[in-house]
Design a protein around this ligand. Structure first.
Ligand code: SF4
Length: 748
């Protein structure tokens, strides 16, 4: 194993793990960074990293273009609130920035109460590790959250895993825990993998290294892909279930129907470890493949074939993604997919779907922060009573509730926002971003921390704190957002000299923590903090630094070993001690305990009158390889890969609307309008369009009202902040309605 750092003739080479910023999920990819005289020479993949083995996507390979990008902010900036929207930023010092924060935080807390401050985290960035506890222990507010309507990113999946399994979000077993990986004698290659609503080769979403699918294909795994678009993986699948967006639940229920009726059930597993099989078996009779064909458009014989392949081979696995979350019916779809895994006995077996046990990394710090906040403040969390299901199971404020609180000033006003590296006006997160911006503009004080000026910061922030990039600071990258954590990786300061005035997210937490709540923040450096946070694992930050990556201990069949329950008994940490195929909790919140299908709230069938006016199904949010949501737009090589916002449309539909490749089109519905560029593709169903999200134009004028052109191609203006499920999870980002009209240009 090579040293983590080597230095020869003024050239420093550092082996470390990448995370953010710029953004990425915590895949913890291995990088080798070469620096000469303080200048970044190159970033390469680390062949010694056990998971990524030298492979990197273009976003890390192109890091040089963000290091020295002209748009990077290298000093703290302040602006008079009356100048919001204007480029009247003034350079300030960190001390003055802290004075401003202290002054405003104390004033707002005194006048309105600490709950009037909100902390908004972004998508998957390192800052997310600290944002909530920072809110609790530094700002003293219970209102920390991710701002996507219905908490539709990852929330439904993690919630449903909690309800059904009593465990964290489960993941495809790709031998990530084992140093010898696929050669470990404990491991078995899955016969079939279902890729459900996910494009992991582009996204490496949720910390899952997408190219592991290619590894497994080489080792013999066959694929079943469920997606409205033909992805590379779909094109290499044995079964491709190309469904109408938003109909995932009925496809999963029809697959269950086949597995039950053809008796492809692992009865030993189900009898011993599952609750509610009989009720589920009855429920799925309502969803024969023929009905699923009518609703979803997937031929019944394809559903039957896929179900048979999945049910009669062992082990099989599932990699499921955001498309299931981003729907009102999302928790039901998620439950049905988990039931497929349970009925076929694929939970926590080699080559199946691994179950999570929480990582102890930072857990003590997080628990202390919550405890210090106290129950009275915790109970003031912004969660409307209609979403008690969310309140009692998810440790966060509810995004749609806090928007209502801020708009109405009731039951209490929201007066300050701290953006933890999130760019909500442009990103995937905010449905109806204009509504959000209206309330943000009414705040007394807004703080943002990021590497570049964003439309959100330009529009409404008063203080901008400049961040270090992933190769400029120390940290810990841990995949799967801390639950199904298969490894921890060291992020490192590689010696790139960019200026003294940038800080990391963790440095900002420590720095502000020391001023606002010094007792809770005894650490002077990130390494000290991280060493403390790693203590339960038995090693220090220095140990991690030297090893670069430390894989976690792992056991299959944890339910047999008593590792899933706090009492150490066998079984699952649910009310029945079993996997709840029929939930005993859902009915308490007015929800059916068994999975069911519900039409998307705006669809040809649920709103036929609206469909006459808006006759295309709009889906959005698929990732592209060059960009992470609203980031990377200012990096020339990446922009060359994806220069414009793309709307994909089938040739037949394109012909009907008289549009061709490269034309600009206005996409409209009753909620909003935006303009994107046409890409005609056989890869999308007739009558469906997919529009890219996260677009803004850093090359354009930043001042309001233009805000770097953020309103021009903002697909989220067409997505409503309503249509949330009874439990409070899921909103319909993946399936709504629209019409398109050919226009002359982006500015039309
Ligand atoms: S997946 Fe993320 S960490 Fe890995 S190479 Fe791409 S940008 Fe870097």
């Amino acid at each position: 194993m090579s040293e983590w750092r080597e230095e020869h003739d003024g050239v420093i080479t550092t082996r470390a793990c990448a995370w953010s910023p710029p953004g990425c999920h915590p895949v913890s990819c291995g990088i080798v960074v070469t620096v000469k005289d303080g200048k970044l020479v190159k970033v390469e993949g680390d062949p010694e990293h056990p998971i990524t083995q030298g492979r990197l996507c273009p976003r890390c390979l192109d890091l040089k273009e963000i290091e020295y990008n002209k748009d990077r902010v290298l000093h703290p900036l302040k602006r008079d609130p009356k100048d919001r929207g204007k480029d009247k930023w003034v350079q300030t010092t960190w001390d003055e920035a802290l004075d401003l924060i202290e002054e405003h935080v104390n004033k707002i807390k005194q006048e309105y109460g600490p709950e009037s401050i909100m902390v908004l985290q972004g998508t998957g960035r390192e800052a997310d590790s600290y944002a909530f506890s920072f809110g609790y222990s530094v700002l003293g507010t219970p209102n920390a959250l991710f701002s996507m309507s219905g908490y539709s990113c990852y929330g439904p999946r993690t919630a449903v895993a909690d309800y059904v399994l009593g465990a964290g979000y489960p993941e495809l077993d790709y031998a990530a825990y084992f140093p010898e990986r696929y050669n470990d004698p404990r491991y078995e290659v899955p016969k079939y993998i279902i890729i459900w609503g996910k494009n992991p080769l582009y996204s490496s979403g949720d910390g899952f290294f997408g190219h592991a699918i290619i590894d497994l294909m080489k080792l013999g795994s066959k694929l079943i892909t469920v997606d409205p678009r033909v992805t590379w993986l779909a094109a290499h699948s044995e079964y491709f279930l190309q469904l109408r967006p938003g109909t995932d639940a009925i496809v999963a229920l029809a697959m269950l129907n086949v597995i039950v009726n053809e008796d492809l059930v692992d009865h030993d597993f189900v009898d011993k470890w599952c609750y509610g099989y009989k009720a589920l078996a009855e429920r799925v009779q309502e969803y024969p493949p023929s009905l699923a064909e009518t609703v979803s458009g997937v031929p019944a014989e394809t559903i039957i074939g896929a179900a048979r392949a999945f049910g009669s081979n062992h082990p099989c696995s599932v990699a499921w993604g955001l498309a299931l979350d981003e729907a009102k019916n999302g928790t039901q779809a998620g439950a049905a997919v988990m039931d497929l895994i349970a009925l076929t006995g694929n939970f926590d077996v080699p080559g199946g779907v691994t179950l999570a046990t929480p990582s102890p990394f930072m857990s003590e710090w997080q628990a202390n922060a919550l405890e210090a906040l106290g129950p009275d403040l915790w109970n003031k969390r912004a969660v409307d009573p209609e979403w008690d299901g969310f309140r009692w199971t998810f440790a966060s404020a509810h995004p749609d509730s806090i928007l209502r609180y801020a708009e109405r000033g009731k039951p209490y006003p929201i007066k300050m926002c701290w953006f933890f590296g999130s760019n909500p006006v442009a990103s995937t997160a905010f449905a109806e971003p204009d509504r959000w911006l209206n309330v943000l503009l009414k705040m007394d004080f807004n703080v943002d921390q990021d590497i570049v000026m964003t439309p959100t910061a330009m529009a409404c922030c008063d203080l901008f704190l400049p961040l270090k990039t992933t190769i400029e600071h120390q940290g810990v990258a841990f995949p799967h957002f801390g639950t199904n954590t298969h490894l921890l990786g060291a992020m490192e300061d590689s010696g790139v000299e960019i200026g003294e005035d940038c800080k990391s997210d963790l440095e900002i937490c420590i720095w502000a923590g020391k001023r606002l709540n010094p007792e809770a923040w005894p650490w002077d450096t990130p390494a000290e903090f991280l060493t403390d946070a790693l203590k339960p694992l038995g090693y220090t930050y220095e140990d991690l630094q030297k090893n670069v990556v430390i894989q976690q201990e792992f056991h299959y069949k944890k339910y047999e070993l008593g590792l899933l329950r706090p009492d150490g008994e066998q079984g699952f940490n649910t009310a029945t001690g079993k996997i709840e195929l029929k939930s005993t909790i859902y009915p308490n919140f007015g929800e059916d305990g068994l999975p069911y299908y519900e039409e998307p709230p705006m669809s040809p069938y649920s709103t036929p009158e609206l469909y006459k006016k808006y006759p295309l199904i709009l889906t959005t949010g698929a990732r592209n390889i060059a960009m992470f949501h609203s980031e990377h737009r200012q990096m020339p090589k990446l922009r060359e890969i994806n220069p414009d916002p793309i709307m994909e449309i089938n040739p037949e539909t394109a012909k009907k609307y008289g549009v061709e490749d490269g034309n600009w089109v206005a996409i409209e519905n009753p909620y909003g309008r935006c303009v994107e560029k046409v890409k005609v593709s056989q890869g999308i169903l007739p009558g469906v369009v997919h529009a890219q999200h996260g677009w803004w134009y850093p090359e354009q004028k930043g001042e309001a009202p233009n805000l770097y052109g953020v309103w021009k191609s903002n697909i989220n203006t067409l997505i409503p902040n309503e249509h949330i499920s009874k439990m409070g999870y899921g909103a319909n980002f993946k399936s709504t309605l629209c019409k398109i009209t050919k226009v002359d240009s982006l500015d039309a």
